[in-house]
Write a new protein. Structure first.
Length: 524
């Protein structure tokens, strides 16, 4: 199989598949197995639609309006109407990668054969992704229960050839024009299909998967900057000894300590300078770096477990099940059942957990930066790492910026998932707010990237100001790569914002990690 193509079956996808489609523009294909499952589940829906008894989602209204039986001549209109009425988002457009993840994950569930959607609808969904047509989805409109309703509705609206979408060139145009330009026929939805396209936790799950992808890189990056700060502060690496972390056997803690030891291997700045000062042990922000980063890593591992379980799920209501008898009636060996699997609590919780972990990682990184800049605590470094303190302010205000980002992270750590609000005339009286949790986590991940970038900027400057002392080979490789990437070293005051932007890109795009790993090998 082409490495740039993701083939959808009935058994779910991997987190790597989601990232490949959302961020890497991988093509999507439907397997014969998926097409067979789609046809089989559609046969169940068609049989139910022909019966006189009302079946939710097939021949009834929705939500609090589910008590009305809809006659066959109105059912196509019913499906169009649910999409049009639910496409009620407001605010700025969300990022292209989020919408692509949303679309792909809904298609993944459709291909499970549990939703009753026709094969041609699934193929049209894949065609949208492959044509790089991105529906215009707005920031606000999801409560994270009965799925990410408004965001998914805007995607379904594009499938119908209505509303606006972004083309491959990034220009927002009427969806009908974009579909016509790419030879995609608008879909005429039939029984159950409108509901099936809206009723999933795909937006929050997609943002969780991308946050995990980012945070796995950022946690390793934070181990590197913590090690660089330890060097710049003439700290001791003895606290990183494996036997110390074995007696408190949290996996993430052990991994963080091991990473720091790899980065510090061969350093001329650690291990013997504390004899020249009254320090008995390093400050918590240095000494406890593995414990804090490790706890976040273990939280990240739990989040990945939840994401993988969700990727193996088929989230819709009602769902098509094989065999048996239900109040909806037996139809050709299949039945349709209502359920509550659309509730976003499992995803919302871990999104909030990760925002808490990100805030604490950012907080401890800022404390190390502040220590580097304070002449009373930096063990011989100039005030604010300035060239001529008093004439130069050095990195004084860079730390202000970092502190502002940390304070914002603390606000973003307030859980969204506890903030349920009732909707749909009290039929949907408890919701997850998972979309909101995901949106604030995306902001938190961006802030954490900037915080680590400021620590990198300060720590590398601090190391270079330790004249006559040689950093570890990994630290030297990081400094060399950072300077080549436009992250300036010590010297007189200069316009700092471009330097900080270069540091942010160096961290965010993996340059920091690549530089360190060129010496250490792969970090955990």
């Amino acid at each position: 199989m082409d490495m740039h193509t993701v083939v959808l079956g009935v058994a779910g996808v991997s987190t790597a598949d989601v990232v490949a489609v959302a961020r890497g523009n991988a093509r999507v294909e439907l397997s014969p197995e998926a097409l067979d499952a789609l046809a089989a589940s559609r046969a169940v829906i068609d049989a139910l639609a022909a019966k006189p008894e009302p079946v939710y989602g097939v021949s009834t209204g929705f939500g609090a309006l589910a008590t009305r039986h809809i006659s066959p001549d109105l059912r196509a209109q019913l499906q169009r109407n649910i999409v049009r009425s639910h496409a009620a988002g407001m605010g700025p457009l969300v990022e292209r990668e989020v919408v692509r993840a949303l679309m792909f994950l809904r298609l993944k569930t459709v291909c499970s054969g549990r939703t009753g959607v026709r094969p041609e609808v699934a193929q049209a969904m894949a065609a949208l992704l492959n044509a790089s047509i991105t529906p215009a989805v707005h920031e606000y409109g999801s409560l994270g229960c009965s799925g990410d309703l408004a965001p998914l509705s805007h995607c379904a609206l594009t499938l119908m050839g209505e509303g606006d979408a972004e083309g491959p060139d990034g220009t927002v145009r009427p969806a009908a024009e974009l579909l016509a330009a790419h030879g995609i026929e608008p879909v005429e939805l039939r029984e159950k299909e409108g509901l099936a396209l809206l009723n999933g936790t795909d937006g929050m799950l997609g943002m969780l998967i991308m946050a995990i992808d980012d945070l796995e890189r950022l946690y390793r990056s934070a181990d590197i900057t913590a090690a660089l700060s330890l060097e710049a502060l003439l700290g001791t690496e003895k606290v990183l000894a494996p036997e110390l972390h074995a007696i408190r056997p949290h996996p993430g803690q052990g991994a963080a300590a091991a990473n720091m030891l790899k980065v510090l291997a061969g350093s001329g700045l650690t291990g013997h300078h504390q004899d020249d000062s009254p320090r008995v042990q390093d400050a918590y922000s240095v000494r406890c770096a593995p414990q804090v980063a490790g706890a976040g890593r273990d939280t990240l591992a739990h989040a990945r477990l939840v994401a993988e379980r969700e990727l193996a799920a088929a989230v819709d209501n009602p769902v098509v099940l094989p065999g048996g008898t239900s109040h909806d009636g037996v139809v050709g060996g299949g039945r349709v059942e209502s359920n509550g699997n659309f509730h976003g609590a499992p995803v919302a919780y871990v999104l909030d957990f990760l925002a808490i972990a990100a805030a604490d990682l950012g907080s401890i990184a800022e404390r190390r930066t502040d220590r580097l800049l304070d002449k009373n605590r930096s063990h011989g470094l100039p005030p604010f790492l300035a060239d001529d303190a008093g004439v130069d302010s050095g990195l004084m205000i860079a730390q202000y910026t970092q502190a502002a980002l940390v304070s914002e992270l603390k606000r973003l750590a307030v859980p969204a998932s506890v903030d349920s609000i009732p909707s749909s005339a009290m039929q949907e009286d408890h919701v997850s707010m998972g979309w909101s949790a995901a949106r604030k986590l995306r902001t938190a991940v961006g802030n954490l990237t900037r915080i680590i970038a400021v620590e990198l900027y300060a720590a590398t400057r601090g190391i270079e100001l330790r004249h006559g002392l040689e950093p570890a080979p990994a630290g030297r490789a990081v400094i060399t790569a950072a300077r080549a990437a436009g992250v300036a070293g010590p010297g007189p005051d200069r316009f700092l914002a471009p330097d900080l932007a270069a540091a942010e890109e160096f961290v965010g795009h993996g340059g920091l990690l690549a530089a360190a790993e060129s010496v250490t090998g792969a970090l955990d």
